[in-house]
Design a binder for this molecule. Structure first.
Ligand code: B12
Length: 253
């Protein structure tokens, strides 16, 4: 059934894979028109409107959890699909991320105060020697949007820093990013460091970055490889044995 919000309906039109259409329509079915407006404004990156609509929704007694699920996360699911399918590019995703942040600023204090458990805790960082962080930041934004608690170690992250963060936050998943062929081996070195510290069994390790592939990830003993931010979320969920909402799709050509 089409949603009444014309702009959102147009955005849903960008989703073309049958199982994704079904999933996305399911997200908006039976939810309030205010959530449709919120999702639409997030997708197109109107951060002032997302800020205002989130406050409105809280004033109208929508729960923070509903606003997150039915408005922000539902909108972000479309952003992820449009990015993967080359309908939008990095600048538009960053603008949507800014809008997400504008909404989350109102929800985060309520969610943490109400003790709603995150799906899991993820440590993310770009490996030693590598300063590229745009892709990692997109992954973090999508992971947070999906309900994970994420600790961002930034760029140029040593194996020791990864280990310390996993221990400190009792994280179930570690995600490493690399964009340089010269820094990719630092992922394998980090995995070895976990093994040598006797901690490899305590954390699932996923990796990503443009020069990587599944074979490289398998060879170095990672638990998973993701080709984009959507995959990163699906991977984190599957590594934790949670329902995989969005199925992995073939790599961009
Ligand atoms: C932007 C950029 C920079 C910026 C980085 C800014 C920043 N804050 O990140 C700057 C200008 C600083 C830079 C510097 C350099 N760069 Co540069 N850079 C790029 C560029 C143009 C885009 C990278 C990018 O952001 N892509 C967009 C994001 C969204 O994609 P992504 O990172 O792949 O992330 C996605 C997936 O991979 C995945 N993903 C990423 N991480 C993870 C993690 C997990 C766990 C999972 C599941 C998934 C996942 O999800 C993401 C979202 O969908 C690329 C060229 C290109 N077109 O790729 C060159 C490129 C990566 N750079 C390159 C080089 C050589 C350099 C420099 C060495 C240049 C120099 N001589 O100084 C330095 C390196 C500095 C350093 N030590 O890191 C080369 C690398 C070549 C190689 N084979 O190694 C490239 C390929 C350019 C080229 N063709 O030569 N760079």
């Amino acid at each position: 059934m089409p949603v009444a919000h014309e702009g959102l309906e147009q955005e849903i039109g960008y989703v073309t894979k049958p199982f994704e259409i079904e999933h996305i329509r399911g997200l908006f079915e039976g939810t309030d028109p205010l959530m449709h407006e919120l999702a639409y404004n997030l997708i197109v990156g109107n951060h002032h409107d997302v800020d205002r609509l989130t406050k409105d929704a809280l004033d109208r007694d929508f729960s923070a959890n509903n606003i997150l699920d039915d408005g922000l996360i539902a909108g972000m699911a479309i952003v992820g699909i449009k990015f993967r399918d080359n309908i939008i590019f990095v600048p538009e995703v960053l603008v949507a991320a800014r809008a997400m942040k504008a909404g989350m600023k109102h929800l985060e204090p309520i969610l943490s105060a109400s003790g709603i458990e995150p799906l899991g805790t993820v440590i993310m960082g770009t490996v030693k020697g590598d300063l590229h962080d745009i892709g990692k930041n997109l992954c973090i934004m999508m992971l947070r949007g999906a309900g994970f608690a994420v600790h961002d170690l930034g760029v140029d992250t040593s194996a020791d820093k990864f280990i310390d963060a996993v221990m400190e936050h009792d994280a179930q998943v570690l995600g490493m990013s690399a964009l340089l062929t010269t820094t990719m081996p630092n992922m394998g070195k980090t995995i070895t460091a976990f093994e040598e510290a006797g901690l490899r069994d305590q954390v699932k390790i996923m990796c990503g970055g443009a020069p990587l592939n599944q074979e490289f990830a398998d060879d170095m003993g990672a638990d998973g490889y993701g080709k984009d931010a959507m995959d990163c979320v699906a991977l984190a969920k599957s590594l934790l044995g949670l329902e995989e909402v969005m199925k992995a799709v073939p790599a961009k050509t």
